[in-house]
Design a protein around this ligand. Structure first.
Ligand SMILES: [Zn+2]
Length: 83
C-alpha cells in the first residue's frame, strides 16, 4: 500500500505517519468552531468534505462539516443506520 501523494502537509513524518494532530476548524454548515483531531488516516470531530464525504455536502461551498451537523444529515443517517 502506498501513501505517496496522499499525505497532507504537516504529516510528512514518515516515522510516525498516523500521528494525531489537534486542529480547530470552522464548520461550514453551522459556523461553529470545532476542536477535532486529524491524522493521515482521517479526521475526528469533523469531516473534510472531499472524496467520499463529498456526497453528503448540502452546498458546493462546504469544505468542513462538524460531527453534529453530519449526524443531522438525512442521507448520512440513512447510510449509517442512524435513522
Ligand atoms: Zn456544524
Amino acid at each position: 500500500m502506498s501513501h505517496k501523494g496522499n499525505i497532507p502537509d504537516g504529516f510528512r513524518d514518515y516515522g510516525n505517519r498516523h500521528k494525531l494532530k489537534s486542529v480547530s476548524v470552522v464548520c461550514d454548515r453551522c459556523h461553529k468552531t470545532v476542536h477535532g483531531l486529524e491524522s493521515s488516516m482521517g479526521t475526528s470531530g469533523f469531516y473534510r468534505m472531499a472524496g467520499i464525504w463529498g456526497m453528503y455536502r448540502e452546498s458546493d461551498k462546504e469544505k468542513v462539516v462538524c460531527d453534529e451537523c453530519m449526524r443531522k444529515n438525512e442521507k448520512y443517517r440513512k447510510d449509517y443506520g442512524l435513522a
